[in-house]
Each structure stands twice: as structure tokens, then as C-alpha cells.
Design a protein around this ligand. Structure first.
Ligand code: HSE
Length: 343
């Protein structure tokens, strides 16, 4: 399966590392023989119709900071030109989240789908801002649009709600959808450190968005909430519909007071058929969603089976790369190409 990789930060590099270390298993277990035929980062591109040497690609990125050091090819005008004119089955969109206009992610996704490529995205911007139209475009072009990694990092929150609860109706859900703020709030509580110290730590560990404002002002959680609301509850909402407050006002005193009362402050996202909000709230320490570190946790309330909570790592390169791999395997399963002839 030929792949165009657009964006090569922590998640993209982790994904390539998984491909390198698991290639034999991916083929023997899933009939998957992935070949990355093009890779783009903010400084350039590397292209090889026969498949890039992934070890060399990682080395170019590590030593020269860009995939453009892989070789001197300059055959394409820009990224959309490359996406449209490269023969591939799948485009994976990994550029940084832009919640103002969703670009360049939206253009990349549209270009890929129009040229009949399946799309996997972990970029939340396009799905939070243009969910319905992108789903419609994927249906129109008869290609898959997979976005497991947009919510929950490696934790299959979307799949859990969508697939494991079929036949039951989800009435509402509430939870922690942002790993960085959860890490900051729990670090402040455990280590009695300031907000700025905890944020610096989260940035250094690679959990935060390229612009950490997205995390601490609640935009990232709001984007994930919108994706979940649209996909799981069939709502027709965008990020502007979310009532949002971030964690900038949460100081150590408030955290200590909550702790004293057997509670903790967490950034909680909530959705039902009317409400859609993200805000810091005090929750009981024995509430199943009261998790620490970069964990995400969501409790779904459904008509017949009541409440159930899914908990798992919500951020990190390898974690999010595992969601991409799940999506890729699903796409492989959905393409009716004989196992042995799969390129
Ligand atoms: N910055 C995001 C978070 C990354 O902390 O949850 C995963 O979406």
C-alpha cells in the first residue's frame, strides 16, 4: 500500500519507526505492505515511487532537521501538487492543528480525496471545522476518511463509542480529552509546582500542541469534543458552538483547596443533545474520569447499558502513531485487493 505522509513531526516519525520495526508482522498478520512513496515536512519533500528508505528518511530528519536532506528532488510546486500527482492509495495528514481555518490540512485532505486516495488524519482542525463536508466528500469519492487519532491519542475512544455500543443510544458523555492540561493540573497537585513549570515540562515531553495555547485555553479539548459530538451523537456542530474556558485561571491554591475536600480540578468536556462545553471543574477523586498525567478518560451514558468509562494515554508520538496504524489496517481490510497482490 503506497502512502504519502504529509507532516513529519513527533507523530510522523513515530509512525515510520513502527513501520520499520513491524514490517514482517504487518505483512504476515494483516497483508499490509506499506511503502512511503513521499514524505513532506515544513522545509521540503522526499519522493520515491518505489518507496523511500525509511531508515535514511529518519536519519535525514534527525541530522539535517528536514526530509529535504534525503535528496535534491524538486518535482512538485507545492504539497497539494505532490498529493494530487503522486500515485498512492493513502495520504496521511499530520500537519499541526489550525483551529482558525483548518489549513493547510483541509486542502491536503480535499486534494487527496479528489484524486481517490484514502485519508488518515490526526489533525483535529479539519475535522473540528469541516466535519460534515469532509465526510460527504469522502462518500462522494468513495474513499475512506479515518480519524481515530484525532481523539484520545492511542486510546480508541471514537471506536469504543461508535462500534462497541452499537444498538445502544449514547445520551451524553463527559471526560478529559486533553493530555497536556491533565498533565499540568495533576503535576501542579502532586509536585506543588507552578503552572509555568508544569507547562514547560509538558512541552519538553512533546505532549503540547505546536501552539500550547490550544491546550491550555481549552481549544484542543473543544475540537475533540466537536469531533465526538458529530461522529457519535450525530450532532451538527462546529468549534464555535462550544462554551469554552481553559485552565489559565486555575492556581495552586484552588488545587490545594479541592484536594483538601477529596476532589481534584480537571478540564472537563461535556456533551448531550443540548449542551457542549469545556471547563475546569472540581470532580471527586473516586470519579472514574479522575485520572492523572496525560491520560484521557471518558464516561459514556447510554440508554440501556448505563455508564461506562474508557481510560488511556491521550497524547504522545507512539501512542498516536498506533491510532494511525489501526486506521491503516482498517483501510487495508476494506480494500478488496487480493492479499498477495497488495502493493
Ligand atoms: N496536545 C494534545 C493533548 C495532543 O495534549 O491532548 C493529543 O491530541
Amino acid at each position: 500500500m503506497r502512502i504519502v505522509l504529509v507532516g513529519f513531526g513527533v507523530v510522523g516519525q513515530s509512525f515510520v519507526k513502527i513501520l520499520l520495526s513491524k514490517s514482517a508482522e504487518l505483512y504476515s498478520t494483516f497483508g499490509l505492505n506499506p511503502r512511503v512513496v513521499a514524505c513532506v515536512d515544513s522545509d521540503g519533500m522526499a519522493v520515491s515511487p518505489g518507496g523511500l528508505d525509511l531508515g535514511r528518511l529518519l536519519e535525514a530528519k534527525r541530522t539535517k532537521k528536514s526530509v529535504s536532506a534525503y535528496h535534491d528532488k524538486r518535482d512538485y510546486l507545492n504539497t497539494t501538487d505532490l498529493i494530487e500527482n503522486t500515485e498512492a492509495e493513502v495520504m496521511i495528514e499530520l500537519t499541526p492543528t489550525n483551529l482558525e481555518n483548518g489549513e493547510p490540512g483541509i486542502s491536503h485532505i480535499v486534494s487527496a480525496m479528489k484524486t481517490k486516495k484514502h485519508v488518515i488524519t490526526v489533525n483535529k482542525g479539519p475535522m473540528a471545522l469541516a466535519f460534515s463536508s469532509l465526510i460527504e466528500l469522502s462518500n462522494y469519492n468513495n474513499v475512506r476518511l479515518a480519524f481515530s487519532g484525532t481523539v484520545g491519542g492511542g486510546t480508541p475512544i471514537l471506536e469504543f463509542a461508535k462500534k462497541c455500543l452499537r444498538g445502544d443510544r449514547i445520551l451524553s458523555f463527559r471526560g478529559i480529552l486533553n493530555g497536556t492540561t491533565n498533565y499540568i493540573l495533576s503535576k501542579m497537585e502532586e509536585d506543588e509546582i507552578t503552572f509555568q513549570e508544569a507547562l514547560a515540562d509538558a512541552k519538553q515531553k512533546g505532549y503540547a500542541e505546536a501552539s500550547p495555547r490550544l491546550d491550555i485555553e481549552g481549544y484542543d479539548a473543544a475540537a475533540k469534543l466537536v469531533i465526538m459530538a458529530n461522529w457519535i451523537m450525530s450532532r451538527k456542530v462546529s468549534i464555535a458552538d462550544v462554551t469554552r474556558r481553559g485552565i489559565l485561571d486555575v492556581d495552586l491554591n484552588a488545587i490545594r483547596n479541592a484536594h483538601h475536600d477529596g476532589k481534584a480540578i480537571r478540564l472537563i468536556a461535556y456533551c448531550d443533545n443540548d449542551e457542549l462545553n469545556v471547563m475546569p471543574l472540581e470532580i471527586k477523586r473516586d470519579d472514574p474520569i479522575c485520572v492523572t498525567g496525560t491520560l484521557n478518560a471518558v464516561t459514556f451514558s447510554s440508554e440501556y447499558s448505563g455508564e461506562k468509562t474508557i481510560v488511556g494515554r491521550g497524547a504522545g508520538g507512539l501512542e498516536t502513531a498506533s491510532a494511525i496504524l489501526r486506521d491503516l489496517i482498517e483501510i487495508r481490510d476494506s480494500i478488496s485487493i487480493p492479499f498477495d497482490s497488495m502493493a
